[in-house]
Design a protein. Sequence first.
Length: 131
Amino acid sequence: MRIGDIVRAGALTPQQAKEKSDRDFAEHLPQGYLTPGHAFYALEAGGEVVGSGWVNHGFLPGVTFGFSLEVYEEHRGRGYGRAAMAVGEWAAREGGDEVLMFNVFGGNEVAMSLYDSTGFTVVEEFRSISL
């Protein structure tokens, strides 16, 4: 998950988000990029890297969880996000799962629109208020 998304959603301060990110990486990737069940993708178009992705096969029984999908800002609006979702679905099936799931923080309207337009449904939703 991207630190900026957490901060933009108002969930944590930048420092808290960085600390959470570090803890999450240590928890989910104890062997780094070699941690079993995890796959990392560079999204390329025309010989140029336009984005990246990270999925965890078997996150839950039958579920591949997408920890990250990012199309770099200068490459957005060209269909790469939609293509990346198709790759994610392929990767989930290749990993033996029947479901692909992503988390999205409030305020990330681009991601929400992409997920809606590619057939994803809301499974759970959290809301917060600053006190």
